[in-house]
Design a binder for this molecule. Structure first.
Ligand code: SF4
Length: 79
């Protein structure tokens, strides 16, 4: 799970994941209103680029992405 208030789209998750779970994309406008004030400021500064998990079913729960994220934005959870 990617914490929308923390992710800055820096891409280490994309680089470390062996299963191509992540892509970087633009946070949809409709989702921006749900962010905290800090999240909105971060989002604006980073052009709303964040990590998404279109291939989440491929996740093997290795934890590499959570360890690599400098914003501590990724947590693993059971489906
Ligand atoms: S925990 Fe899942 S999403 Fe994260 S790097 Fe490992 S396989 Fe990829």
């Amino acid at each position: 799970m990617v914490n929308r208030n923390r992710c800055e789209g820096k891409e280490p998750c994309v680089e470390v994941c062996p299963y191509d779970v992540f892509v970087i994309a633009t946070l949809p406008t409709a989702e921006r209103k749900n962010l905290s004030l800090i999240g909105k400021i971060k989002g604006y500064r980073h052009k709303w680029q964040q990590a998404f998990t279109p291939n989440a079913d491929a996740c093997q729960a290795c934890g590499l992405c959570a360890a690599a994220c400098p914003e501590k934005a990724i947590t693993l959870r059971r489906a």
